[in-house]
Design a protein around this ligand. Structure first.
Ligand code: IPE
Ligand code: IPE
Ligand code: MG
Length: 242
């Protein structure tokens, strides 16, 4: 693989269908998905990927049946507790991004603890998007911007640039994703990083998330390394600048 993306993001989809195929409860699919998270994290660390972000729960997922939501949240707490030593032993920095005020106090405590513990780790940065949506992110940035203008922190006549706006998003210290993988055959963004994925390369696979393993990740990277990112320029311009 010639080009290793700095930031890979994954929309981990298909847990419910994986369970249904086996006559199991949807929650069993989510549980099985934890092993795929482990495999993806290991693969990212082994291959020198700087940032691995995972869409774990969307703002719209709050509309799911209550027992599925509570099961998922319990699973998150368990996974954080269970994986803490592995993250620390592997020098992984752990972050959660999303509307944390909607999460339980217990889960927030766990998140804060592991974020604090792992904050000085210098290897892979793992970002979990939890209770997140792209529209929420843009709206909270606008809300912050207007209050900063009101308070005088930002001068009234200053022109708002894309660069400045990016710093107000919840992903401010994380580079935009280079590659976005979505499993389970769906080909949509489902209100994920709308602003940040402006020039992201997309890769869709039919593999259901609980079946996703290092080999599937490798295929995505191979496809990515064959892509030509032009950012609106012509092919000649891109080739001449190398
Ligand atoms: C992805 O799997 C996990 C979450 C959205 C929390 P799904 O639960 O969406 O699985 P499908 O799409 O129903 O198969
Ligand atoms: C997107 O999956 C969100 C996550 C994977 C966390 P969904 O299963 O919720 O998306 P839709 O509803 O099929 O678009
Ligand atoms: Mg789904």
């Amino acid at each position: 693989m010639s080009k290793i993306p700095r930031h890979v993001s994954i929309i981990m989809d298909g847990n419910g269908r994986w369970a249904k195929k086996r006559g199991l409860d949807r929650l069993e699919g989510h549980k099985a998905g934890v092993e795929s998270v482990r495999a993806a994290t290991e693969f990212a660390a082994e291959n020198g990927i700087g940032f691995l972000s995972l869409f774990a729960f969307s703002e719209e997922n709050w509309l799911r049946p209550e027992n599925e939501i509570s099961g998922l949240m319990e699973l998150m707490v368990g996974a954080i507790i269970g994986e803490t030593s592995t993250l620390m032993n592997n020098n992984i920095r752990f972050r959660v991004i999303g509307e944390k005020s909607r999460l339980s106090a217990g889960l927030n405590e766990r998140i804060e603890e592991i974020e604090r513990k792992s904050s000085s780790n210098t290897g892979l940065t793992m970002v979990i998007f939890l209770s997140y949506s792209g529209k929420w992110d843009i709206l909270q940035a606008i809300t912050r911007y207007t209050s900063m203008v009101k308070s005088g922190e930002i001068p009234q006549n200053e022109t708002l640039t894309a660069e400045k706006f990016s710093t107000l998003l919840s992903t401010t210290d994380i580079p935009d994703p280079d590659l976005l993988i979505r499993t389970s055959g769906e080909q949509r963004i489902s209100n994920y990083m709308l602003w940040q994925s402006a020039y992201t390369e997309f890769y869709f696979t039919d593999v259901l998330w609980p079946d996703f393993r290092k080999n599937d990740f490798r295929k995505a990277l191979e496809t990515y390394s064959e892509r030509e990112r032009r950012y609106g320029k012509t092919r000649d311009q891109i080739n001449n600048s190398i």
